[in-house]
Design a protein around this ligand. Sequence first.
Ligand SMILES: NC(=O)c1ccc[n+]([C@@H]2O[C@H](COP(=O)([O-])OP(=O)(O)OC[C@H]3O[C@@H](n4cnc5c(N)ncnc54)[C@H](OP(=O)(O)O)[C@@H]3O)[C@@H](O)[C@H]2O)c1
Length: 256
Amino acid sequence: MSGLKVVVIGGTGLIGSKVVTNLNELGHQAVPASPQSGVDTLTGAGLADAFAGAQVVVDVSNSPSFADDDVMNFFTTSTTNLLDAERAAGVSHHVALSVVGADGVPDSGYMRAKAAQEKLIKESGMPYSIVRATQFYEFVTRIADSATDGDVVRLPHARMQPIAAEDVATAVTRAAAEPPLGGATEIAGPEAIAMDDFIRTGLAAYGDSRVVVTDPQAPYFGAVIDDRSIVPLGSYTMFETRFADWLSANVPTAAR
Ligand SMILES: NC(=O)c1ccc[n+]([C@@H]2O[C@H](COP(=O)([O-])OP(=O)(O)OC[C@H]3O[C@@H](n4cnc5c(N)ncnc54)[C@H](OP(=O)(O)O)[C@@H]3O)[C@@H](O)[C@H]2O)c1
């Protein structure tokens, strides 16, 4: 399919801005929508105007606050408002970006909110596609910050399979340009790595002197996780970009 009007909610964000570029390069008309452009999914402001004539809505927005109540309110309110406005405007495909393991880590407020988002979409009756990604390489310092006390970062040795944001954007772009899946598809990067090692390697590349201490009981955004919590357990699509190559390309000191 080409020539689709696709509204990208969160089109100014890390993933959204890449999705907008990709879709336009493929000959679609991608419209970024976010508070910056007068579209607010929490109040519904601007949605009807943005969706006029659109075939597809891609939701790659994110909650400004990761506090448990805030993130739950963000994803449930915004998804409800989006689906209602899409129905009213005759949009025929809702695409959302979620997280691998969203329904398997109930101790995490963020994961509970993503699971609630997925449930609303699945039960909405709207044709939809959900892309579930593992953690982005770009998220390395955010994970470290969430687990930092002084100069020490406490994280478990739990298995991850992180992915470059560019590859996530490629997958979301494909989902938007293709017919609705009526289900979820999972994507991950090419290498398994333990969380403590991922953060250690990332912080070293950034010249960040914090010390990563391995602690199996240290929570990841509120939840104690194990080797099966946030990696694909069934079939998934593996993307190519390796962490070391991403660091060389994106963190100047890592290339030396
Ligand atoms: N980080 C990870 O490792 C990871 C892994 C798997 C899945 N994901 C998912 O990936 C998605 C995108 O993440 P990201 O890192 O690209 O996000 P991001 O860079 O933080 O961008 C968030 C976007 O959401 C927009 N936004 C915030 N509040 C809004 C509102 N009330 N109405 C409309 N738009 C609003 C922002 O708009 P403004 O610029 O105007 O503020 C911005 O465009 C999220 O759903 C997240 O759950 C993340």
